[in-house]
Design a binder for this molecule. Structure first.
Ligand SMILES: Nc1ccn([C@@H]2O[C@H](COP(=O)(O)OP(=O)(O)OP(=O)(O)O)[C@@H](O)[C@H]2O)c(=O)n1
Ligand SMILES: C[C@](O)(CO)[C@H](O)COP(=O)(O)O
Length: 245
């Protein structure tokens, strides 16, 4: 298989909602930093050219000092982040060589993405030009003002977007070049590619592919890792489970 997908891992946010002593990409998740667990999902894949780790300028020295051996091992390039997530992605996108046909953008704080999800979204993007994992909304949605419900919103056709989001590099570059034309806040990369007029397909997301946003999410991620270890031991003993953990 020829390597054809560059992977951007944005880790340059402020972790405001996490409110921990450390920023969430750098905290330990069952013994290994969150960003490393996300990076490991990609670095040994034959179809990945290189990882681009985006880190806030104020974290650059800490990151290089603490993780130098891992950065080298992962063949990763460290890129400076920007004010918004899309500024961070733009900085990394500018570093990707023109002969790389596809780019995947994966939040450095989604460390539990199942491998089968990555296989599926990579294949869909290569087939259609752009693809993202998404989960159908299952709860009832309420519009609220000042803690009072003003209406119930139909969830028909509504999905929650996850990462990795994978695009033809030329589409993503074009979409980013036009981003100043958007008046609404940009919360994911697909939004820009959609606005540029390109079709973006969805593949089934996974509840396990959640984004660590709050301290409770970190606890949940730790529980999932322990459950995976238990299931692995059970499987070695001959007990099989069809679920993709
Ligand atoms: N300027 C930014 C903002 C976000 N991110 C990254 O984008 C991912 C998803 O963002 P989010 O979960 O919102 O992280 P934060 O912006 O750090 O969170 P918060 O809004 O709570 O501050 C994270 O890996 C985050 O580090 C980034 O690289 N650059
Ligand atoms: C990119 C993303 O993870 C897709 O769900 C999400 O939009 C990031 O949003 P945030 O506001 O940066 O948490």
């Amino acid at each position: 298989m020829t390597a054809s997908i560059a992977v951007i891992l944005p880790a340059a946010g402020r972790s405001t909602r996490f409110s921990g002593r450390e920023k969430k990409p750098f905290v330990s998740l069952d013994g290994r930093p969150v960003w490393l667990r996300a990076a490991e999902l990609f670095w040994s894949r034959d179809d990945v050219t290189k990882l681009y780790l985006v880190v806030a300028p104020e974290d650059r020295e800490m990151f290089r000092t603490r993780f130098a051996h891992l950065i080298a091992f992962a063949n990763a390039e460290v890129v400076d982040g920007g004010t918004e997530r899309c500024d961070s992605v733009a900085n990394a996108l500018a570093r990707i060589p023109e002969d790389v046909p596809f780019v995947a953008v994966h939040d450095a704080v989604r460390p539990l993405t199942p491998h089968i999800l990555i296989d599926t979204v990579f294949a869909a993007a290569q087939r259609h030009g752009a693809a993202i994992p998404a989960l159908a909304v299952t709860d009832t949605l309420k519009q609220v003002e000042h803690q009072r419900i003003t209406s119930t919103v139909s969830r028909q056709g509504l999905f929650q977007a996850q990462t990795p989001q994978v695009f033809r590099r030329d589409w993503l570059v074009q979409a980013y070049a036009q981003r100043s034309q958007l008046s609404e806040p940009i919360t994911d990369d697909a939004q820009l590619v959609e606005a540029a007029g390109h079709p973006v397909m969805i593949v089934p997301g996974s509840p396990l592919n959640f984004k660590i946003t709050t301290p409770e999410d970190l606890e949940l991620a730790e529980a999932v890792i322990k459950l995976r270890a238990t299931k692995k031991s059970a499987s070695r003993l001959g007990f099989h489970d069809e679920a993709q953990w």
